[in-house]
Design a protein around this ligand. Sequence first.
Ligand SMILES: [Zn+2]
Length: 397
Amino acid sequence: MARHTYVADVTLFDGLRVRRRQGVLFEGDRIAWVGSHVRAPRAAGTARAVEGSGRTLTPGLVDCHVHLNFDGSPDFAAEAAELNLALATIKATVNLRKHLAAGVTTVRDLGGLGTCELAVAIERGVMPGPRLVAAGRALTVTGGHGHSVAFAREVDGADAVRRAVREEIKAGARAIKVVATGGVLTPGIGATFTAFTPEEIGAAVDEAHSWGRGVAAHAIGAEGVTGSVRAGVDSVEHCVQLTRPTAALMAERGTFRGPTLSAAFGMLEHPAEVPDYAVEKISSVVDDAERAQALALRAKVRHVCSTDAGTPFNPHGGAPHELARLVAWGMRPLDAMVAATSSGAELLRVPDVGRVRQGALADLALYDANPVDDIGALQRPRTVWRGGEVVAGRTPR
Ligand SMILES: [Zn+2]
C-alpha cells in the first residue's frame, strides 16, 4: 500500500512563490494534491499527518555543482593525487548523505570518477542519496585546468571534443562539463587563461544538446565567460569576470550563473592551510567576483545554487551556506530560494523536482522558520523527504 502523508496548514514556498495556510498531500513518491488547507481532499484525513503550522515547506534543494570524490581537504591537488576508483567511490557514497542531511535532494557532479555508476545505484535504490546528475569526466584542453586530476580528460580540436562528449554520454553522463578557462586549484596555469576555442565549445554544446544534455562551462576569465555564453552553454560556473554586455546576453538567453562563492571563501578564509598558489589566484579575482555578482543581479541574470563542494574547506552539504553568501552579496532571499529549487531543476533537466505541485516527486524539506524571511533557516531542516520517504531530520509529527 502506498504511503500517504499530509502536511497540514503550512507556509509553502513552492519553488517560485510563498503561499500561506497550504496543505500538501503525497502518496508514494509523488505529490498528489496541493492547495488551501481548508479545502484538503478526503484522503488527507486518513494520511499520516504532519503539523505544518508555524513551519515552512519547500522543495528539496538542488546543488548544481559538486565534486563527490573530494572531501574539502586543504590541498585539492594532493587529495586528487591519491585518488583511485575505489577510494573515489567510497568518498562519494559518504558525501552524498551529507547533502541529504542539509536538505539537498538533487546534485550535479561536475567532474568525478565512478559518479555515473553511483547515479544508477541511487536510482535503483541500491544505496541512499540525493538524485545524482553526473557529468562523468570533465573536458579540458591539453595541460588545462584539471589536467592532472583523474576526473578530467584532455581533448583538443572540435572533432575530438565532439567525440569526447559522445564517449562521456555513452559512459552514462547526464550533463557535460567543459573547462573553458584556467582555474584556481591547478598549479601552473592562470585562473583567467582562455582555454578552449569558440569552435571547441560550440562543438561540445551542439553535440551535448543533440543528446538532450546540458553543458556547464567552468569559466573565470572574461574572454572564457563571454565565449561560453556565446557558444550557448546552459550554465557558467564561477562566472567571475563578467562584462555588462555579457551579463545582458546571459539574461536574454536564459544562461544560468553558478557563482560558487563557497569555493572562493573556503580558500580565502583559510590562507595558512591552502597552498599559496591557490590563495594568490583566488585573492586576485575576488573583487571581480563581487562586481560580477552585482552586475548579474542588476541585469536579471538567472542564478542557480552551485557550491563546488569538495574544494578546500568547502564540505558537502553546504548549499544553505552558499545561499546565505549569495544573499550577503545582494541577492533577495526569495531569488536565492528560486535559484536553489526551480531554477536548478530546470538547468539540470529534472522537471519533476524543484517545484511543489501535483504530480511532482515528493522531494521536500520542512523548516521551523521561513527561509524566504531568513535564509539562515535553511541551516536546520526539520525533516527532509526524498520521493516521499524521510531521509534526514526528525520523523515528522
Ligand atoms: Zn568544480
